[in-house]
Design a protein around this ligand. Structure first.
Ligand code: GTP
Ligand code: MG
Length: 246
């Protein structure tokens, strides 16, 4: 059994050649020596995978999982399945999720089943430049939290520490960031201990966005998040209706 501070870091990538090497370097500098970093790359045409292959030849703890399919949720799922250590942390590979926050996630008490890096608790902030994205995110999260009656403020964080046993129990469902809302709400309902710790995210500096590059794709994701929130609320209501009185 590995120590609590020995972690598997999962980085899903699609065309992240401009950030991946620097990001891996920074992450490697803030995790324990026997931890691993798994890059799940969907055969990026920009050669992200080749960069990771080169890094792997120098350091086998930097691993590449190359896939022929596309999809953020399935990439995370495959990365988690390949993880060697019991504590898994996943984050975006574009520096929107700062690697400096990883030690805070690792340091959070071992008794927490899930630790969420959160923009929406005191000390946290959404530092992105785009007002549209900031407003859309906070509106979805506040509405989602109220409508589903969750205690989690950053349901769409995407920067999370969890135990592999929890992830095996609640495999990711969904397509994009909706997996995060679905996973956190199901985990909370099942009684897993979820803790939020503050962090500040930022706008990606290099590479290109897979969500806001096209307003129609952005709208599609907003609707997907809303649909997920609606579905989760419906399940809560059904659970309440079938619950036996004490
Ligand atoms: N493996 C894999 N990774 C993906 C895929 N789509 C997005 N990603 C990665 O998932 C993370 C989040 O994607 P982003 O493009 O940053 O999406 P976003 O955070 O909503 O938008 P921006 O930060 O504005 O670019 C990044 O590390 C991407 O490289 C995919 O289809 N497959
Ligand atoms: Mg991003």
């Amino acid at each position: 059994m590995s120590r609590h501070d020995t972690v598997s870091i999962i980085l899903p990538t699609y065309n992240e050649k401009d950030t991946i090497e620097q990001l891996i370097g920074e992450i490697a500098g803030c995790i324990s020596g026997d931890s691993e970093i798994i890059v799940v790359d969907d055969n990026s045409p920009d050669g992200t995978g080749k960069i990771v292959e080169r890094l792997n030849r120098k350091d086998p703890r930097i691993r590449l999982l190359r896939r022929d399919e596309r999809g953020l949720t399935s990439a995370l799922r495959d990365g988690i399945n390949a993880a060697v250590h019991e504590t898994v942390i996943w984050l975006d590979a574009d520096f929107a999720h700062p690697p400096e926050a990883i030690p805070d996630l690792v340091a959070a008490d071992e008794s927490f089943d899930i630790v969420v890096a959160s923009r929406y608790i005191p000390g946290g902030n959404d530092g992105r430049d785009s007002r549209l994205r900031r407003v859309a995110s906070i509106a979805l999260n506040r509405f989602g939290q109220w409508w589903i009656r969750s205690s989690i403020r950053d349901l769409s964080s995407g920067f999370v520490r969890a135990r592999k046993s929890v992830l095996r129990d609640l495999p990711f469902r969904g397509t994009y960031g909706d997996y995060c809302i679905d996973f956190l709400v199901r985990a909370e309902r099942k009684g897993y201990h979820v803790k939020e710790i503050p962090y500040t995210n930022s706008e990606r500096e290099r590479g290109y966005s897979k969500t806001t590059a096209n307003p129609l794709i952005f709208l599609r994701y907003v609707l997907l998040y809303l649909k997920t929130i609606m579905r989760l609320r419906k399940i809560t209501d059904e659970e309440r209706a079938t619950r036996q009185p004490d």
